[in-house]
Every structure is written in structure tokens, then in C-alpha cells.
Design a protein around this ligand. Sequence first.
Ligand code: G3H
Ligand code: 13P
Ligand code: ZN
Length: 284
Amino acid sequence: MSYVGVSELLAEADRGRYAVGAFNANNMEIVQAIVEAAELERAPVIMQASQGAISYAGLDYITGLVKMAAYKATVPVALHLDHGTDFEQIVRCVRSGFSSVMYDGSKLTLEENIAVTRKVLEIARPIGVSVEAELGKIGGTEDQVHVSEKEAMFTDPEEAEYFVEQTQVESLAIAIGTAHGQYRGTPQLDFARLEKIKKLVNIPIVLHGSSGVPDDAVKRAIKLGVCKVNIDTNIREIFVSKMREVLAGKPDEIDPRKILGPARQAAVDVIRDKIRVFGSSNMA
Ligand code: G3H
Ligand code: 13P
Ligand code: ZN
């Protein structure tokens, strides 16, 4: 099977009220873990590369690794650019064969965000590349902000309606209380806001910063319209903790395969669990 379009995957998920897992691909072992987990669960899957992952691994390597994984897979695999902020980089990803790109204009004004999102859609849509946009500020758990300040960063439902009308974007990442990275406490999601946004825009909604969000909250968000759930931190955590565990047991180990292999297997298990929570098992 080769790459599949993300619009189709998300439209199916929207109809079936489940979510497709979008897992960050940072190296070969993680690419392999994502595809292995998806195969074992018979689930469609999105591999996403951030600008950071692309500068670490190289665009050709990331594209090549995911293409190979998709080619060999018997489940649908898509390649998505995560948090693209640089228009030229987005163009390079589209040329290199990504099936979907995110344009993250969340740091811009509403009108600027609309203008650049439209520019991205102009180059992507004619060749069947899907576009995800972001409205509201998702932020990181390291951001020292009070609850009232956090709410000011949340996506405004009416603004979301206007944004989607103006851009006709295919999917929308929203801020409802999640944050990237590790949480200090338990994140509280604004479900009423999500419900209102979904009623007004009626396109697939994307939940970022989903590592560390309790399973019940993720499931409830999916019931209310989330069709793509992004996970990075939970994979990093298990991958590195397994490497540490192996090294602690064998401090003289010099074969990287003996350290990375168990880390890859541990990542498979975590990704399978996520896929089950998202309800996308057996949806391939
Ligand atoms: O949303 C952020 C992702 O976890 C990517 O993080 O920029 O460190 O690759 P990164
Ligand atoms: P986490 O690292 O918090 O899982 O967030 C991932 C993400 O949103 C990638 O875009
Ligand atoms: Zn994100």
C-alpha cells in the first residue's frame, strides 16, 4: 500500500466517531514502531514529522523512511507535516511527497493566519495534499500561565466558524486545555467549547498535546468531534526510559541495536494502547 490522503482518513473517522492516531516520527525505530503497532491493531495511522524532526533526520530520510513503511504496510499510512510555520518548508514537504501538511499560524493575528492558510491551501489542494490549520494557542506545559490566561488562549468558537468559512480548511487544531509535553497536574479539557466549535465548523477537529491526557477525557473528546489525536511525548518517554533501563542493566553495552531494539518494542506497546483508546483498531 502506498501513502493515503489524510482527508479521506479523517472523513471516515468523523463518520465512524473514532480518531486516527497521529504519532510523531523522530527516527527509524519510531517509524517502525508506529507502523508495527498500526499493523497489529489493523488501524489506519498518520506519521507526522515536525520541523525539528526534519532538521534532525533530514527531509529525504524522513520521507524515505515513511514511504518505505507505507509501501510495506497493509494498513493505510499517511505522512503529515506537524506544526509547519514556514511557507517554504511546507512547499518542500509537499514536493517531497507528504500527504498532508499543518500550517500553524496560531502566533499570527486572525487575518494573517487566514491569509497564509489560504496560500498553503492554494498549493496543496490541487494536488490532493490535505491541510490542517490551528486556531487558538495550544502552548507548552512549561508555559507559566494562570487558568484565566490559559482560557484567553483557548479557541473562540465564533472565530473558528469564521476561520473555516474564510479558508475552507480541511481540519482544525484547537486549544481547549491541552498542552505539548509533560503535564504537572491533570489537564482539564473544556468539552463545552469543543462541542460548540464542532457544531459551528463541522470539520474534523484535531487534538494536540494529547500525551498525558486521561483516556476517558480523550474518548469524550472523540465523541464530541475529535478525529485526529496527536501523540509525541508518551513515545519519547517510553523510548528513552527503556534505553535507560537497558543501559542500567548492562552499562558496558556498546551495540546500539541492543539498546534501541527494546526501546522500539516498548514504543509499539504504548502506540497500540493509544490506538485502542482512539477506537481506530480494526478500522483499516
Ligand atoms: O507539537 C510538538 C511536537 O511534539 C514536536 O516537537 O518540535 O520537538 O519535534 P519537536
Ligand atoms: P504531545 O507531545 O504532548 O503528545 O503533543 C504532540 C503534538 O501535539 C504534536 O503536534
Ligand atoms: Zn502539536
